[in-house]
Write a protein that binds this ligand. Structure first.
Ligand SMILES: [Zn+2]
Length: 433
């Protein structure tokens, strides 16, 4: 069958983050775009979340998927005159199929929820279980019917939602936002999990559990009966696929303040390791050779003619990070602190072309208040000089900015920064509130 070529939205702008192209979206790791997808849907569900707009029509967009690949899509009611408008996005067949499946599944669903409640009751700490009973809200107007609600002695209350096959992302989001607001930990339990074929609806749930999939299969049921508590089978993402499953008791899980419980954080753990390992040789070299970075074999740096200036920029940036991390170390000069170093380099002009870059860096660190004082004034003077045509300023598209963004993405890559914030894993040095 011939298919009409799909008109896709080629570029969007995320409020407070900046532009993202369809190509950049496709190049992101799954954890990256799933985090944006969840943030956008959560905003629609009433959490602050994320807002993104089509650059052509300014209509709000969300991230949809096709064969496991993400693309931008207009929300319902988009302007049909948008060059990237692709028609109404309800697929009646899909909806009908889901409803049909929903009807078939409801009996099975009920039995599985009762089984979860029964297994929880085996634990002597279990005080009460409720299946599909109305839970009035403590805030707002609307309550919910949690699939299973369990009250544990010493452990408090938590809700279980049992996912059979197809729960829409909006539904997942609304439940997550609701229980988060109510302060009740929520756990999604899956009926099955095929690591070779993970539907997007399931992947969304796994993402919200930080790359952990919890399944109630026969082994988990047997283990629950043996250990007399709720035991689940847990699959953990390793970036490419999933590790071999392990059996875990519910009380072994981490229950963070907000967000969903998990065994191991598989979402941003690998990302942070990757960032740190990229940065480590720079820190080592800076430490070993002071401000002489000549011994570094950095292809990124080879290209520049003004090698020395860039060495100094990297050294200055790393000094800012060291100070922000509470371990002051000046790699760039003999000044006792970064204030003296920055002021001198702005005055002498040697770092003046990077004033905007350094300002953005400082803004996104624990040292952001420096911008209210002399340092801010000096940097601003260089930026103003650029407007007057006196000082050349590098921007986001320059090789220098890209180099620092790749080395210090927690502060300089808005999308990675957002991902760390939403996972509550932004390092202290990059905190600015
Ligand atoms: Zn549009």
């Amino acid at each position: 069958m011939l298919r009409k070529p799909r008109r896709i939205i080629e570029e969007v702008i995320f409020e407070s983050l900046g532009p993202l192209s369809a190509r950049e979206l496709l190049a992101m790791p799954r954890e990256g775009w799933e985090s944006l997808r969840a943030g956008i849907t959560d905003h629609r569900s009433g959490k602050c979340g994320l807002v993104a707009r089509c650059v052509a029509c300014h209509g709000q967009i969300y991230i949809s998927t096709s064969h496991g690949r993400p693309f931008f899509a207009h929300y319902q009611g988009a302007d049909p005159r948008c060059p990237w408008y692709s028609g109404k996005n309800v697929h009646p067949n899909d909806v009908r199929a889901a409803q049909y499946r929903g009807h078939q599944e409801s009996e099975m669903h009920r039995r599985m929820c009762e089984l979860i409640a029964e297994l929880a009751t085996l634990d002597e700490r279990c005080e009460e279980t409720k299946v599909d009973e109305y839970l009035p809200p403590t805030q707002g107007k609307h309550g919910r019917y949690p699939d299973v609600l369990i009250d544990w002695r010493d452990f408090g209350r938590f809700a279980v939602e049992y996912q059979m096959s197809h729960t829409f992302q909006t539904e997942v989001s609304q439940r997550c936002v609701h229980y988060d607001r109510e302060g009740i930990p929520l756990m999604w339990v899956l009926s099955s999990f095929d690591t070779e074929r993970v539907p997007q609806a399931v992947s969304d749930v796994v993402h919200r559990h930080r790359g952990n999939a919890f399944v109630l299969d026969q082994q988990a049921v047997n283990a629950s009966r043996e250990q007399r508590t709720l035991v689940l089978t847990c699959y953990m993402s390793n970036g490419q696929g999933y590790d071999a499953p392990v059996l875990i008791r519910f009380d072994e899980l981490n229950f963070p303040q907000s967000l969903l419980p998990y065994l191991e954080d598989r979402l941003v753990g690998p990302l942070l390791e990757q960032i740190n390992s990229k940065r480590l040789p720079y820190f080592r070299a800076l430490r070993a050779w002071g401000d002489k970075m000549g011994s570094l074999h950095l292809t990124e740096l080879e290209k520049f003619s003004e090698r020395q200036r860039i060495d100094r920029l990297v050294a200055a940036a790393f000094s800012i990070v060291a100070e922000a991390a509470g371990k002051p170390e000046n790699f760039a000069s003999d000044h006792p602190n970064i204030r003296g170093m920055l002021n001198t380099f702005q005055n002498s002009g040697s770092l003046a072309p990077y004033a905007a870059l350094l300002t953005t860096l400082i803004e996104n660190t624990s040292q952001h208040t420096l911008l209210n004082g002399k340092v801010g004034e000096h940097l601003q003077r260089s930026i103003n000089g650029h407007r007057l045509g006196q000082v050349e300023q590098v921007d986001e598209h320059s090789a220098e900015w890209k180099l620092l963004r790749s080395l210090l993405p927690e502060a300089l890559d808005p999308f990675i920064r957002q991902r760390l914030i939403s996972a509550e894993k932004l390092p202290d040095w990059a905190q600015n509130s």
